[in-house]
Design a protein around this ligand. Structure first.
Ligand SMILES: Cc1cc2nc3c(=O)[nH]c(=O)nc-3n(C[C@H](O)[C@H](O)[C@H](O)COP(=O)(O)O)c2cc1C
Length: 190
């Protein structure tokens, strides 16, 4: 399988990067063709510019960086996103990646029935690391809200099936708890 890992973190010693390393290792062990996009490492520009709008809604050319990432997504059969939860949401870097790369005409279009996803041949796994324990985020309804936006608002909108896993309490977790999370990654790589 062609497996693309997309992650966003500025710290190479972060738990997020440790999860990425584990996903990559297991993916390679299974025999998947594996590629990684490191948005901070690439210095991706997450700000939607007028040129992006010209491209997606006015028959313009795709900006070179957008085309580069779309080619990687087109290649992939399965995509794993790994990121830390910041203010109840994905980091702005990843939000900007979706704004720019999952463009109208590429990831979705409109027909007589309304919006229509164009990436139906792909599945998505998201691993979200959070400071709060899972119980807190679940009881407050935040986990369900996030899943709704991720599933219906973003990836489902583009035709993709998505599955979300939360690794909670990362800020205060012990080495043993982090190891347990990392050990469980093998159950998440399809
Ligand atoms: C700007 C910022 C905002 C954050 N917002 C949240 C939040 O809304 N909910 C939460 O549970 N944790 C929040 N955190 C904690 C991070 O999710 C936590 O530091 C991260 O999961 C730890 O993993 P890492 O080592 O990969 O950064 C926030 C951290 C930062 C830096």
């Amino acid at each position: 399988m062609k497996h693309l890992i997309i992650y966003t973190h500025l710290n190479p010693n972060s738990f997020t990067k440790a999860v990425v390393n584990e996903v990559e290792k297991i993916s390679n062990d299974i025999g998947h063709e594996t590629k990684i996009i490191d948005l901070y490492g690439d210095k991706f520009n997450p700000v939607l510019e007028f040129s992006d709008i010209e491209y997606s809604f006015m028959d313009g050319e795709a900006p070179t960086d957008v085309k580069h990432y779309q080619d990687k997504i087109t290649w992939a059969e399965h995509i794993t996103f790994v990121y830390p939860l910041w203010w109840g949401q994905m980091p702005a870097m990843l939000k900007g990646f979706i704004d720019r790369v999952f463009a109208h005409g590429y990831a979705y279009t409109y027909d007589e029935n309304g919006p229509k996803g164009l990436l139906n041949d792909k599945s998505v796994q998201l691993i979200i690391n959070t400071g709060n324990p899972n119980k807190t985020l679940s009881e407050s309804g935040l986990q369900a809200s996030m899943e709704k936006i991720i599933d219906d608002g973003v990836f489902g909108f583009c035709g993709m099936e998505s599955k979300v896993t939360f690794f909670g309490n990362i800020s205060l977790s012990t080495d043993e708890e982090r190891k347990q999370h990392l050990d469980s990654v093998k159950n998440l790589v399809v």
